[in-house]
Ligand binder design. Structure first.
Ligand code: KG4
Ligand code: ZN
Length: 339
């Protein structure tokens, strides 16, 4: 089965062509037209600019994805598109394009949850995953521990009460005058810093349950910086490294505890913050120590941040479970909660 997938939930116009072949996935093309340079000067994503950029980029991205995968419309078996969560006007561009193609080419169409896409980014390289699986999904809008007992069967163990981990990275980057997107900027600045330099709080790390909270940590960074007359590059690096370590400590501790408590067979990290090197390394080490028999995987960098390959894989499993959606009624669902 050949799947054409479209992802436009935020600021990346992404289109992939993916084959599902005897339980394996072969990525034929994986195209991302990034808008980051357009949003840098505003310090964050401006929804109106994002929607306009999607409109400009989506047809060239589609042509390129088809050309690179040497795919003719008649070879496509399924179209998958992100329905939400995300920015309404950005989602609408991808959905209208997908609906137009499904109608014009007479193809089945399936609407995909963006968070389910992040979860399934792990299936590209591990298509025969064992359940129960635990997912730590950490992105700009979400921080969730999700227990998955089968395809499409999710239980939310805990999520953030306030800021998502990626959001905290983005906001702390602003406080430190580091460019958008904050995650990669903080990671880069932190490379030269000492993660023990400032003792920032580890919110809810030892609290019962699996909820998170990052707003207080962000405020601690703000107060710390406000108390300083000026921030030298050395101090900025130390603050970035100490903040990053606080986030990593909380995420690692809660994930290991959930994985142990629910005796999972697989542990997966997904979402944009999964691109964070210290998080990848420290979580891998902790899982190996505490749950040596569990499968632990992280998607390659290019599948951590928003992309359409993950939407193709999630779309494939959703289509197998529920069949196609009706293209005449498929619309954006900006607040679609997976669980
Ligand atoms: O999944 P994603 O691309 O978009 C959403 O669905 O939100 O995640 C974007 C988030 C941003 O907050 C960005 O700062 C963060 O992921 N991010 C990182 C890194 N790369 C991206 N956070 C920490 N370290 C990184 N290397
Ligand atoms: Zn995302």
């Amino acid at each position: 089965m050949r799947i054409l997938s479209i992802e436009t939930s935020c600021d990346e116009t992404a289109i992939s062509v993916v084959d599902a072949l005897r339980g394996k996935f072969v990525v034929r093309s994986h195209i991302i037209s990034s808008q980051i340079p357009k949003h840098v000067k505003y310090g964050g994503v401006v929804p109106e600019v994002a929607a306009r950029e999607h409109v400009k980029n989506i047809i060239p991205t589609l042509y390129y994805a088809l050309k690179k995968s040497k795919t003719k419309p008649k070879q496509i078996d399924l179209i998958a598109v992100t329905r939400g969560p995300g920015l309404m006007t950005s989602l609408a561009v991808g959905i209208q394009t997908a609906v137009g193609l499904a109608f014009g080419w007479k193809k089945p169409l399936v609407g995909v949850n963006h968070m389910e896409g992040h979860i399934y980014s792990n299936w590209v390289e591990h298509p025969t995953t064992k359940f129960p699986a635990l997912h730590l999904v950490v992105s700009g809008g979400h921080t969730e521990l999700v227990l998955m007992t089968g395809h499409g069967k999710y239980r939310l163990l805990g999520k953030t009460r306030d800021d998502a981990a990626g959001e905290a990275f983005d906001k702390v980057a602003k406080i430190l005058n580091l460019p958008y997107p904050g995650g990669p900027s903080i990671q880069r600045a932190a490379e030269k810093g000492n993660p023990q330099a400032v003792d920032f709080p580890r919110p809810m790390m030892n609290a019962q349950g699996f909820e998170f909270s990052f707003a207080g940590l962000k405020t601690s960074v703000l107060y710390h910086v406000q108390k300083m007359k000026r921030v030298t590059p050395r101090q900025r690096a130390d603050i970035a490294a100490s903040f990053q370590q606080a986030v990593v400590d909380v995420l690692v501790a809660k994930t290991v505890r959930a994985a142990t408590q629910y005796r999972v067979k697989s542990v997966f990290l997904a979402g944009g913050v999964a691109a964070n090197k210290p998080l990848r390394e420290q979580l891998a080490k902790a899982i190996k120590k505490e749950l040596p028999r569990a499968l632990f995987t992280i998607p390659p960098f290019k599948l951590c941040t928003d992309n359409a390959t993950m939407i193709a894989v999630a779309g494939y499993f959703r289509y197998r479970r529920n069949g196609a959606d009706n293209w005449q009624t498929l619309d954006a669902d900006p607040n679609w909660e997976l669980v």
